[in-house]
Design a binder for this molecule. Structure first.
Ligand code: NDP
Length: 298
């Protein structure tokens, strides 16, 4: 006897939603799809998906509704006129937006008798359905548990809490590390490149620094700073923040001399000096955390 896999509706067929719908189909789940631009559903229909004629039909088709669109406004634009079909549905919105928008959407869904699970996907479309992929989820744990096995077809399920904004807070935090680390790496490549050093020549050194920061060795500052932040104590006897602020001036000057855009290193330099001005010159690098938590006066 074969057991029927949970049927799912997928709303939004951009690169991410289309990949999700295809992944569900390949795993044997009956899939209903809806997209503002209906033509994008054709390849999925060819693989066995059902194209819903309207958003209301898409909601009526299945209890579990996966949404993947550009932002949360797109959800209101799509199903906002079909709220009569929301009763009893579990909406799993995997679109990106701000934590506040996610919380508001949770209240909106509840007002129409639906549960909203929010998610932040931590892989690009080719990672969907692949080992190691994960998504941060928040909202009702009981509701999520009911659908964990189905959602695991897409990625591993990492639950971060009941507050529906949390998935996007974790996602945004990770995105910030991703972008700023890689922007720093690219700035570094441009800096050495100004003297004719090939990117590939510099890569092993840059890669080692990125790896070492997350490690347990003397350069393992992710761990070291986390412990300092937990205590809000930032010893600076061996390498004071003042010493590093002066060096951050050198980074700006070297970047200018290399003919690079200096907006990014200048923003970093200003943060260092603001922490020094707050009285942290004799503390360590971790004291930047205090400046980050204290917005500059306009
Ligand atoms: P997009 O973010 O470009 O989203 C495209 C989808 O949004 C399409 O289905 C599009 O419909 C729909 N859409 C946009 N505006 C509206 C609207 N006003 N009303 C109805 N539908 C609308 O592409 P992705 O698929 O790449 O991303 C989807 C989500 O996944 C985003 O929130 C993104 O941040 C997130 N994400 C994406 C990753 C990636 O690598 N692609 C990685 C991690 C997260 P139409 O086809 O009609 O234009």
């Amino acid at each position: 006897m074969t057991t029927q896999k949970t049927p799912v509706t997928v709303i939004g067929l951009g690169p991410m939603g289309a990949t999700m719908a295809e992944t569900f189909l390949k795993a044997g789940h009956p899939v209903t799809v809806w997209n503002r631009t209906a033509s994008k559903a054709a390849p999925l229909v060819a693989q066995g998906a059902t194209l819903a004629a309207t958003p209301a039909d898409a909601l009526a088709a299945n209890d579990l509704v996966i949404i993947s669109q550009i932002d949360y406004q797109a959800m209101y634009d799509s199903i906002g006129s079909a709220t009569g079909s929301l009763e009893g549905r579990v909406l799993v919105n995997l679109s990106s937006d701000t934590p506040e928008k996610l919380r508001a959407a949770g209240a909106w869904a509840a007002g129409h008798g639906a549960d909203l699970i929010t998610g932040g996907i931590m892989v690009p479309p080719p990672g969907i359905g692949q080992p190691g992929a994960y998504t941060f989820y928040s909202g009702s744990e009981a509701v999520l548990e009911k659908h964990r096995e189905t959602l695991k077809v897409l990625t591993d399920v990492t639950y971060v809490g009941a507050d529906q904004g949390l998935a996007m807070l974790f996602y945004t935090a990770q995105l910030f590390i991703f972008w700023s680390s890689l922007a720093s790496y690219m700035h570094a490549v441009a800096l050495v490149g100004s003297a004719g050093v090939a990117p590939e020549t510099f890569r092993p050194y840059g890669a080692a620094t990125i790896g070492d920061l997350a490690g347990d060795g003397p350069m393992g500052f992710v761990k070291i700073l986390t412990a300092e932040i937990e205590k809000r104590e930032y010893p600076g006897e061996l390498n004071s923040l003042l010493m590093q602020a002066v060096s951050s001036d050198h980074v700006v000057e070297a970047s200018r001399a290399a003919g690079l855009d200096t907006a990014y290193p200048t923003a970093l330099r200003d943060l260092f000096w603001r922490a020094v001005d707050m009285g942290h010159g004799a503390d360590g690098l971790g004291s930047l955390f205090e400046a980050l938590k204290t917005p500059a006066k306009a």
